[in-house]
Design a protein around this ligand. Structure first.
Ligand SMILES: C[S@@+](CC[C@H](N)C(=O)[O-])C[C@H]1O[C@@H](n2cnc3c(N)ncnc32)[C@H](O)[C@@H]1O
Length: 275
């Protein structure tokens, strides 16, 4: 497989590690995509045995990304840094942003070699705008900030929307997710935004929560769902945008507030804040 993160001229082979489950591919399975393999499907089905709404939750999260991106572009944001991008799924973030503002510039970051292999789809920008892809780990935010693709694409003197959709629950406290968010937000000027979504066990029994965590841990994947308070702390020092921390399906919903019964099925929190 040839992959490129800097354009076709710099193609290089990558090991896709098909023998083990990856979160990007499990998520792709839930979204009905084709970029998942046997190990991913086995993991996804194991999770569905415990939490039958996993695909519904993934779709609610993706729909939140759509609405949040549109909101940001409609509120004047023209630069986006999206970490934990996932396998390209139309519409991608840049397509939503550039639909509102064709000049919008987007830098994507992910650590999965399969996302890298598909990065070309993320690099088809509008002619007025620009997109770039950085193959990097979220736990090394300094490396992301130093990447030449970032400097080539974004002007850090102007506001940037930093987004981490459905990724920070894959970074347990031992790997200091607060430091990731802080390091990145510190590099961005006032007027920048932070957008997050995150899995929670707040609506589950201890038994279900533990079984869900085990599906990931038994495959060597770090996973830590967080409570509403733990999630809200990522926004400390920033100004939360209405309606604050809510389920992603409750954040600026189209067509009125969804019924309360959906909260345990989505089992996610989401929020947006301004620096
Ligand atoms: C559940 S998917 C979410 C995709 C997309 N953000 C969305 O919400 O639609 C999580 C993504 O985060 C990526 N990811 C997980 N841990 C990561 C890390 N430490 N560094 C970079 N990317 C990571 C995975 O490869 C995957 O693409």
């Amino acid at each position: 497989v040839l992959a490129d993160d800097r354009g076709p001229a710099l193609s290089k082979p990558v090991d896709l590690q098909l023998d083990r489950a990856h979160t990007a591919r499990i998520y792709d399975y839930y979204l009905g995509g084709k970029d998942n393999y046997e190990a991913d499907r086995v993991a996804a089905r194991a999770m569905e045995q415990i939490f039958p709404y996993a695909a519904f939750a993934a779709r609610a999260n993706r729909a939140f990304m759509h609405r949040a991106t549109r909101y940001l572009a409609e509120h004047g944001i023209r630069q986006f840094l999206d970490i934990g991008t996932g396998i390209p799924t139309t519409p991608n973030l840049h397509q939503i942003a550039q639909n509102v503002a064709p000049e919008a510039r987007v830098v994507y970051v992910d650590n999965d070699p399969l996302v890298l292999a598909h990065a070309r789809a993320l690099l088809v920008s509008s002619p007025e705008g620009r997109t770039a892809y950085i193959s990097a780990d979220a736990t090394t935010p300094e490396a992301i900030l130093r990447a030449p693709q970032l400097a080539d694409t974004l002007n850090l003197a102007e506001p940037v929307a930093l987004s981490l959709y459905a990724i920070l629950h894959f970074v347990s406290d031992g790997r200091d997710p607060d430091a990731i968010v802080r390091t990145l937000m510190d590099a961005l000027p006032a007027g920048s935004y932070l957008v997050l979504s995150h899995a929670t066990s707040d609506h589950s029994s201890e038994e279900v929560s533990k079984a869900g965590i085990d599906v990931y841990h038994s495959r060597g994947i770090d996973f830590q769902p967080r409570s509403r308070d733990e999630f809200s702390r990522f926004f400390d020092g920033l100004g939360l945008i209405e309606p604050g921390v809510v389920g992603p399906h409750r954040w600026h919903p189209i067509g009125g507030q969804p019924p309360k019964s959906l909260d345990p099925q989505v089992a996610f929190y989401a929020g947006m804040a301004r620096k």
